[in-house]
Structures are given as structure tokens and as C-alpha cells.
Ligand binder design. Structure first.
Ligand code: 2HG
Ligand code: ZN
Length: 470
């Protein structure tokens, strides 16, 4: 190991390798604080050739590599699975915006560019990157693609993989696959880019990508609504979708419990409505059309929902600052819940129509088995993706509550399976859910995945312990 670290230093320079305890500690801990496994060292290559050289050295010594971007994984996907023996490869220094093709609407960037920086680069060129997640200020593109992150615009533009036209990947043997094509059509054998997207770094290290952009909307309007029931939330969703699906860029759900926690724990947060409600949604409509009158569309639909008894109250943002304030409340849900104590996160999805059954059955299950635990559900309800997060009872011991995590998740998963859903909608498997993965996926599916893994990474050095149990 010491020899490997010396060799890595020889090729990457002193600034390219960290191994002092204080320097490497943050790379071993995930955002949620669930895992804490120090890597042996952290390498920070500045270019693709540097990544390839580092991977070749690790491969020659049979040492495992953990690719890491912004370290915002919700499932421990980007930290070592064991302490002291793995090398974290940080992509943070590979942060160049390579090219923007304004007429072809594509963006080529390196893996270490944060999602926020990528959005701003697109915007500066007059285009729109239709990908937005709460962690976008820190999450880096390589990790976002490796997770196949979803987020707020999925209902209109798809998940991350739907935006990936091309990839550059360093394979576990150190070869570089240059698949940086920017074609809309390219039916030439297996779509490898889709294999690496969502692979959680287990098949190789994404070093650069070509993303599909969209035209910049000419106008946007955001609205914060209070609603009496979960049925009313779905009713409003269907009305908006059927009125103008192309303009429905986001439809985000926040339960009353989740909103209360945000108001309590986020400094300066306030409810944008006059009265509290049982459920809330944040709607965003946008259009590239010159004549598109989003305000009229929204008012018509809200008026109908009000008449039908599906809406209590609504506030339409009257300035860009107010629109951003609505979004800030939504995007800080995870922070608020972190401050509220130990939480067990269930990032689940079901067919949209089954969301009311999911919430009702989960509430019954929690009342029966975890009295006092708070169900702080929120999320991307238009995709049927609910963050069914359960926060510890007030005043309870966080460690004792956390210890019930696997059992509680299993109980949620039983409901999810019954409703034809998924136990991991957008956060992936990582270290956290790998035990559930084994039972969740059938024999055939798991066998095919393991064969793919073995074919591309026969020595199992690429992010080992993620997705599959060792
Ligand atoms: C979000 O939608 C993220 O804000 C985080 O996916 C979800 O904290 C969570 O459970
Ligand atoms: Zn989410």
C-alpha cells in the first residue's frame, strides 16, 4: 500500500494525492453521516490521462478504487465500504466546461463540474439544462450520472440517463473509452452509455459527458398550493398535466409534517400561504412559447380545482425572488430533516395512482410498530416518487431509532412490493440498500447484472461493495 501511494504521488504530484488523516477524513464520511470508513489515500487527478494512470496503478496492485464527486449520495454510494484499504478517486479537479453547441443543444463537460455550474454554463449560452436536484450546488456531474439522479424536472424531461448523449469512461483496467458522441440517433450495438449511467461507479469512472440541453424557457411561473387531501394533490396534478403537459416542469409534493419540520428547523423559513394545510405542492410551469400565457393557464386550473374542493389556497410567485424562495423551502427539506434528528429514508416509487394507498398503509404500519415516529413524506409525486422519510420520535434516542432502520425499511418495502413499486426510485443502492437488492431483484436479473460486472471488472476493484453485497 505504501508503495502504491508513492507511485501515485510520482505520477500525480504532491497536490494530487492526500494521505494525512485530517485531509482524507471528509472523503470517508457520507453526507448523512451513516458511514465512516477512512480511505488509505485520496487521489485527485486533473485530467482523464491522470485518472487512467491512477487506475492502472491501482489495478496492478489489486487495490479497490472508490470514485467520488460531490459526496452527496443518500445511500453511501461514494464512500469506502471498508476502512483503511481503499483509494478514493476524487473528480473534483476535473471541472472544465469543454464545449457548448448552441444549435445542436449539447453540453460537453468534465465529471467534476457541479450540477449548478453546468446549469449556469448552459444558461450563459442561452440554453437550459433540464436537470435539477436538491444537492445541485455540490453534486458533480459524474456522480449525478452514475446515480442516474432524478429530481424535479423528471416528469417533463426524464431522468439523468435520458439527457446523456455521450460519455468518456476510464475502465477498471485503465483503458479510456471515448464515447463522447453528441448524436440524437446512434443505433450501433449496445448503448454502453446507459450501462454506465446508474452503475454507481461499479463498472468504471465517468470522466466527461455530453448532455442534451433544451431551449431556454421564455417564461416561468411558480405556485405554492395548500390542499386538503392526498387525493386532491393527485387531482390537481392530473388537471395541470391534461391542460398543458409540455408546460408542467415540476410538481413537487410536501406533506404537512414535512413542511412543519422545515418551518421549525430552517432559519428564516416561512409558509408562503396564509393558512396551514394538510398537504402542499410546489408547481412550476414554463414555456418557450412567446405567446404562452402561463398565468391564465394556472388560474383556470386552480379555479377549477377550488370549485371541485381540491384546493384550499394558492400563492403565485409575483417575483423571481419569491419563486426562488418557494424552491428554497422545497430544496432544503433534506437539511431540515437532518436537523430534526435521526431519520430513516425510504426513496420509493409506485404508480402515481397508488400514492394515496402507499401513504395510508405506511402511516398505519408506523402507528402500529413505531409509535411517535413522524412520517415526513415529500417528493416528486408526478413521478410517483415519494421520499417516505421517517423521523425519530421527539426526544427519543437517535441511535436506538436508527438501529431499527433495516427492519422499518423492510416493512415499507413490503408495502411497496405489494403496490408494484420500487424500493429505490432515484437515490440508488450504494452500501445502504444492498441487502434489500438481493431479494428485490429476481434470480435472472441479478445473474445478468453480476455477469456484466464480472466481464467489465473481473478483479472487482471498482467501487466494491456497492449495489451487490461482497
Ligand atoms: C430531494 O428530493 C432529494 O430533495 C433528497 O432527493 C431526499 O432527503 C431526501 O430523502
Ligand atoms: Zn428527490
Amino acid at each position: 500500500m505504501d508503495e502504491l501511494v508513492d507511485q501515485l504521488r510520482a505520477i500525480l504530484g504532491h497536490g494530487g494525492v492526500l494521505d494525512a488523516a485530517g485531509d482524507i477524513a471528509p472523503y470517508g464520511t457520507d453526507w448523512r453521516g451513516l458511514f465512516d470508513h477512512r480511505p488509505r489515500a485520496v487521489v485527485r487527478p486533473a485530467d482523464t490521462a491522470g485518472v487512467a494512470a491512477a487506475v492502472r496503478l491501482c489495478a496492478a496492485s489489486g487495490v479497490a478504487i472508490v470514485p467520488q464527486g460531490g459526496n452527496t449520495s443518500m445511500v453511501g454510494g461514494a464512500v469506502p465500504g471498508t476502512a483503511g484499504s481503499q483509494i478514493v478517486l476524487s473528480l473534483a479537479r476535473m471541472n472544465a466546461i469543454r464545449t457548448i453547441d448552441r444549435s445542436g443543444l449539447t453540453l460537453e463537460i468534465e465529471a467534476g463540474v457541479t450540477l449548478r455550474a453546468a446549469q449556469l454554463a448552459a444558461e450563459a449560452a442561452g440554453a437550459f439544462l433540464p436537470l435539477s436536484i436538491s444537492a445541485e450546488g455540490s453534486a458533480q456531474i459524474g456522480g449525478v450520472i452514475s446515480t442516474n439522479a432524478g429530481g424535479n424536472n423528471t416528469l417533463r424531461f426524464g431522468n439523468t440517463r435520458d439527457l446523456v448523449l455521450g460519455l468518456e469512461v476510464v475502465l477498471p483496467d485503465g483503458r479510456i473509452w471515448n464515447g463522447l458522441r453528441r448524436l440524437r440517433k446512434d443505433n450501433t450495438g449496445y448503448a454502453l452509455r446507459h450501462l454506465f449511467a446508474g452503475a454507481e461507479g461499479t463498472l468504471g469512472i465517468i470522466t466527461a459527458a455530453v448532455l442534451r440541453l433544451a431551449p431556454m424557457p421564455r417564461s416561468r411561473i411558480a405556485c405554492f398550493c395548500g390542499l386538503p387531501s392526498i387525493g386532491a394533490v393527485l387531482d390537481l396534478y392530473r388537471r395541470l398535466r391534461d391542460e398543458d403537459e409540455a408546460a408542467l416542469y415540476a410538481f413537487e409534493y410536501i406533506s404537512g409534517t414535512a413542511l412543519d419540520l422545515a418551518l421549525r428547523h430552517l432559519p428564516g423559513a416561512r409558509l408562503p400561504l396564509e393558512r396551514a394545510a394538510a398537504h402542499y405542492v410546489l408547481v412550476e410551469l414554463a414555456t418557450t412559447r412567446r405567446a404562452g400565457d402561463l398565468g391564465a393557464t394556472l388560474e383556470t386550473v386552480l379555479g377549477e380545482a377550488l370549485d371541485a374542493g381540491s384546493l384550499d389556497d394558492a400563492a403565485i410567485a409575483n417575483s423571481e425572488a419569491q419563486r426562488l424562495a418557494f424552491w428554497s423551502l422545497r430544496e432544503h427539506m433534506a437539511d431540515a430533516q437532518k436537523r430534526a434528528g435521526a431519520s430513516i429514508k425510504n426513496d420509493v416509487s409506485v404508480p402515481v395512482a397508488a400514492v394515496p394507498a402507499l401513504l395510508a398503509r405506511a402511516a398505519d404500519m408506523l402507528a402500529q410498530h413505531y409509535p411517535g415516529a413522524r412520517m415526513a413524506a415529500f417528493g416528486h409525486i408526478g413521478d410517483g416518487n415519494i421520499h417516505l422519510n421517517v423521523i425519530q420520535p421527539e426526544g427519543a434516542d437517535p441511535a436506538r431509532f436508527e438501529a431499527q432502520g433495516d427492519e422499518l425499511m423492510e416493512r415499507v418495502n413490503t408495502i411497496i412490493a405489494d403496490l408494484g413499486g420500487s424500493f429505490s426510485a432515484e437515490h440508488g443502492i450504494g452500501l445502504l440498500k444492498r441487502h434489500a437488492f438481493a431479494t428485490w431483484r429476481g434470480e435472472v436479473e441479478r445473474d445478468v447484472m453480476l455477469r456484466i460486472k464480472a466481464a467489465i471488472d473481473p478483479a472487482a476493484i471498482m467501487n466494491p461493495g456497492k449495489i451487490f453485497e461482497p
